[in-house]
Write a protein that binds this ligand. Sequence first.
Ligand code: SAM
Length: 246
Amino acid sequence: MHRFFVSPSLITVEKSFRLEGEIAHQLGRVLRLGPGAQILLLDGTGKEYVAELGQFQMQKNSTSVEGRILEERIAGNEPKTHVTLFQSLLKGEKFDYVLQKATEIGVSAFVPVLSERVIGGGSPNKLERWRKIVREAAEQSRRGLLPIVAEPIIFEQALKQATNEGLGLLAWEDEKTLSLKKALQGSNQVQRVNLLIGPEGGYSSAEAEQARQAGVISVSLGPRILRAETAGPTATALILYELGDM
Ligand code: SAM
């Protein structure tokens, strides 16, 4: 059954809905679904609805369709551990890649970070594109919740947020003693992990020291140096695996 994240406001109490724009176009013209077809609508907050399509209205430049909700249920498929990936901004499409792969793996929230060695930055229109990438990856991977993509913040703010609640970890390529595995041992009750991953140029020793002082734990991902776009999804998978979510 095709699945789509839609705004919660779209689902009316009378259990009917009206879809228009890109989603209606995809349903009617790309997937060529018709009246009676069933789809799954997810409101992004943990609920999903089995929905039956009614008549399509297809004008030259616009498509819309109404329908009714047949069943409401709790959306599953979510890890019990809430991982927030504080990813330093990356050049070109590498950041897109991190968003897509880490969404499939199970990240709950993305926070773009402007750390010392970031080259180039985010911009409002990038945010819209990033959120579209995450929505499409969440639909494809059958996520029950839609991961959040926050506005970019500076490194100091990321450290504050990463120590606000849960376990704050900074993957540091120069960390020689503490492995990610060891840092997670004894914390299988942890519900929330906040993971910082650096940019192509990595973190400076000053940043690593700042993180330590803020109570964020530096961890190694092993002796091999991963590309930044490899490190985020990989570390997320390792965390979810270690905590029994994969
Ligand atoms: N400065 C690094 C170097 O020596 O080539 C490059 C940084 S690496 C491409 C980008 C980010 O991925 C790092 O800042 C870190 O967050 C993470 N990372 C990559 N390999 C890692 C490893 N073996 N241990 C811990 N973190 C790693």
